[in-house]
Design a protein around this ligand. Structure first.
Ligand SMILES: [Zn+2]
Length: 312
């Protein structure tokens, strides 16, 4: 069983065939976390998850929806909607048994709208991210964190937020390979620390170690299967170093579909079952079997998203 911990198979890119895409992945034994990025896609993620076994949802407001910006696509140009984070709205969504995570939320200084600077965007992004942290603590759910060109700032915020919290207990396996891992809190006194995943990780080992030290997990997408960029080959070398050095028990698989499809499907609209190719690449880089990567990453996901009961 594979676990796609970050999919958007409920976005408009799947308007015509979202159900078929989800069923195709479920028939290939892939568990799916549908991740919302604003109020309507968060609500839709919950609605879709409630209709399928082994499909779950995360709810949050992506930093790129905090500011309106001009989006220029081939046929249509439009001003993207600017959205405020409504804590109570998202908290209500969390009442669903199917909501397993808070996000995606985080910081993004990659796309800076015209007329704005990073310094102008940071206070609002930080404030909204802190609200997501508050929601994660209140609901006792792990966070699904997006970070682009903002690791220094994100690490600082998370270090502050986790300073007085105990580390999440390390994943404990039952010893029997086929049984589920021990759940967080089982035999641990029930303290619930702040935890989550740094999704679509593309940074270096130095930053990864800081997230690991705080107890966070790291999600890899199809980006790890891509060839190095000609203008910056070091970035891919840095990323693959992280894949090689990560403790196996903190690695998660994800597609971020419809985006970032792994080779050999690169450039096409992604589907959750394509996590297989990311798992194969991790196995190749680490010199372990594909089955070992599949088993470990699925256990990791079940351990982190500990509200999950499979077949729900
Ligand atoms: Zn995403």
């Amino acid at each position: 069983m594979l676990f796609d911990t970050h999919a958007h198979a409920h976005f408009n890119a799947y308007q015509a065939d979202s159900d078929e895409v989800i069923k195709r992945s479920l028939s290939k034994n892939v568990v799916i976390n549908l991740v919302g990025t604003q109020s309507d896609t968060s609500k839709r993620a919950v609605e879709v998850a409630e209709r399928f076994k082994n499909v779950f949802a995360s709810v949050g407001l992506h930093p790129e929806h905090l500011f309106s910006k001009f989006v220029d696509e081939e046929e249509t140009s439009f001003l993207s909607r600017e959205e405020e984070f409504n804590f109570e709205y998202y908290k209500k969504l969390c009442a669903s048994e199917k909501v397993i995570g808070i996000g995606e939320c985080g910081l993004d200084f990659y796309r800076i709208p015209e007329g704005l600077s990073k310094e102008q965007m940071l206070p609002k992004q930080r404030q909204v991210f802190l609200e997501h942290i508050r929601l994660a603590k209140e609901t006792n759910l792990p966070m699904v964190i997006h970070c682009r060109e903002a690791h220094e700032e994100l690490i600082e915020i998370l270090q502050d937020a986790t300073r007085d919290l105990p580390l999440p207990p390390p994943l404990q396996r039952r010893g029997d390979d086929d049984s589920p891992p021990l759940r967080k809190g089982e035999g641990e006194g029930g303290v619930s620390p702040l935890t989550g995943t740094i999704h679509c990780y593309t940074s270096n080992w130095e930053n990864a170690q800081k997230y690991l030290a705080m107890g966070f997990y790291i999600g890899f997408t199809g980006v790890i299967t891509f060839p190095p960029l000609k203008k910056n080959p070091q970035a891919q070398a840095d990323l693959l170093e992280v894949v090689a050095k990560m403790p196996l028990e903190r690695i998660l698989l994800e597609t971020d579909c419809p985006y970032l499809s792994p080779v050999p499907h690169r450039g096409k609209r992604g589907e959750p079952w394509m996590v297989e190719f990311t798992a194969r690449k991790i196995a190749e880089i680490r010199g372990v079997s594909y089955d070992e990567v599949v088993k470990a990453t699925t256990q990791n996901a079940l351990y982190l998203f500990n509200k999950i009961k499979l077949n729900d």
